[in-house]
Design a protein around this ligand. Structure first.
Ligand SMILES: Cc1cc2nc3c(=O)[nH]c(=O)nc-3n(C[C@H](O)[C@H](O)[C@H](O)COP(=O)(O)O)c2cc1C
Length: 178
């Protein structure tokens, strides 16, 4: 893949807030997941566990947990959720002493969700990263393992809205050559 092809993928990924009725093949979800789990993390600690939720009853509960107060109501039309739980990292000794055990976890999770959303798009599947979460409801729905917590859910499905132009700050404001 060259940069133009990568850029096309990047431009085609957009937050999808309307999913069609088309179901996602479970093998596609597996492929997305196995690719995304190759994401880098500090000291290769991989402080995460991704739950791919397709069970209808469980999905209803996850959708409720991200649509408190009338936001994110599109989650009801998602065909799968990637529920991204974060865990305590185990860094190399020197790094842990210098920075603290969980210093890099949010960055690691950011890498992972970027990989999930781009891998999904490469399979033709749309996503929306969701940070507006009622943690109590999500915890009740997911029954996370010890030490796991979740701040990010990714809704997935086949989008039925047109491709939007990207709205971003001017690059001179957010980057600089020195
Ligand atoms: C950490 C994070 C949390 C987000 N939470 C939500 C959310 O709760 N609901 C939503 O509709 N979009 C959410 N988004 C999507 C952003 O609004 C979106 O990425 C941004 O406006 C850029 O648009 P684009 O993704 O279409 O390029 C979130 C994105 C990130 C990275």
């Amino acid at each position: 893949m060259n940069l133009n092809e990568f850029k096309s993928l990047v431009l085609s990924r957009q937050s999808c807030r309307s999913f069609s009725d088309k179901e996602i093949d479970v093998n596609d979800l597996k492929e997305i997941l196995s690719t995304a789990l190759l994401a880098p993390s500090a000291c290769n600690s991989q402080p995460w566990k991704v739950y791919c939720v397709t069970d209808r009853e469980k999905m209803k509960k996850v959708a409720q947990s991200v649509s408190d107060g009338g936001v994110n109501s599109f989650a009801n039309s998602a065909k799968a959720f990637f529920v991204v739980a974060e865990k305590t990292a185990s860094l190399k000794k020197g790094a842990e002493e210098k920075f603290g055990r969980n210093h890099f976890v949010k960055y690691d999770i950011g890498e992972l969700i970027a990989y999930i959303t781009l891998a999904a798009k490469a399979k033709g599947i749309d996503t929306c990263i969701i940070g507006w979460i009622n943690a109590e409801k999500l915890n009740a729905a997911m029954n996370f393992g010890d030490g796991e917590s979740c701040n990010i859910v990714i809704a997935a499905g086949y989008g039925d809205c047109p491709l939007r132009e990207k709205v971003r700050k001017p690059s001179g404001e957010t980057s600089q050559f020195i």
